[in-house]
Design a protein around this ligand. Sequence first.
Ligand code: PLP
Length: 401
Amino acid sequence: MSIASRRMSRIKASPAAMISARAMEMARAGRDVIALSAGEPDFDTPDPIKIAAIRAIVEGKTKYPPLTGIPELREAICRKLDRENGLRYAPDEVIVSNGGKQVVYNALAATLNPEDEVVVPAPFWMSYPDMTLLAGGTPVVAPADAANGFRLTPEQLERAITAKTKWLILNNPGNPSGAVYSAGDLAELAAVLRRHPHVWVLADDIYEHIVYGGGPFATMAQVAPDLYERTLTMNGLSKAYCMTGWRIGYGAGPKSLIAAMAKVQSQTTSGASSISQWAGVEALDGDQTFIRDNLAVFEERRDLAAAMLDQANGLSCRAPNGAFYLYVDCAGTVGKRTPDGGVIESDGDFAKYLLDAEEVAVVHGEAFGLSPYFRVSYALATNRLEEACRRIQRACASLSA
Ligand SMILES: Cc1ncc(COP(=O)(O)O)c(C=O)c1O
């Protein structure tokens, strides 16, 4: 008999983490695996940020931090939100947590009653539905169309909302789609939300700085200031600042929401690492030019991988405007035979075939709520990315009707 609670049977461990772990295991066994499955930049954390952390250690800033974050970091976050997003928050309307992930979980755990629904546009970041379930709510998946660049339309949002809806989670730019909502797109969604005053918005802006083509980034509280009082603006240092391991994320919203989230954090993890927080002050206040430099590298890789994958038999791939992922359509491989006689019946089968036949790890679309697709992360060295795309082309060419 399992010790796990009934609640555990409703959720699953992150498939991306599981696939990455399997790829690492294969690599340790001496196989030349290329993992396109991890959601983290390959770039190292910039030196000034590392030095700020070392300074914090040397200066003894190593005690329990304040629950919602050191004042210096919360003030730096307020400056950032004002400077980059035109958003005015006070430090007591901000919480610092152990990564963006904990911000999302705290918000859901602090607000969901058993009957509450959370609208999650698909394809979605895998944690949203499972975190909703873990917090006792019900995820309502609203599929977005590839033809609309995987952006949810106002009509699709309207259809997904019920009297029980508590939150809309809007991830912009999107993981895994790379979709970017413009200010105009957000204004249209805001018009729907105005008709439903009971619905809150969780704006997951963690890929904010990874937008191509010089396109301005927009977030809901900025586009629709009248929704300020029911918006949680969430962001973090993991992606743009190459700080995935430092575990710093933050949320900004109405004081009562932040206080409820702080309560969850107080009885689970307490404040985020004091050392990482001091590094975070340097990240937000220091030189930002590396963000632009990294973006140029990401853009080059995006174009390379999208073109190569679009040429593969049975695949179709467009280059999206944001994040560092491609969401590749593999409908043309479904029903085909692998060289050893198996039949590809789903995107899960295709991902397994890629790993077995060509030692390339990708995450299948089913994990993101929209099939048949797979996600490629192009946040890895360009030569390895090119080699991986070559292998995928070869795997596709080896399939027969
Ligand atoms: C859409 C999205 N939100 C939040 C997170 C969480 O980021 P963090 O590593 O800061 O917890 C991720 C990380 O993959 C993500 O893709």
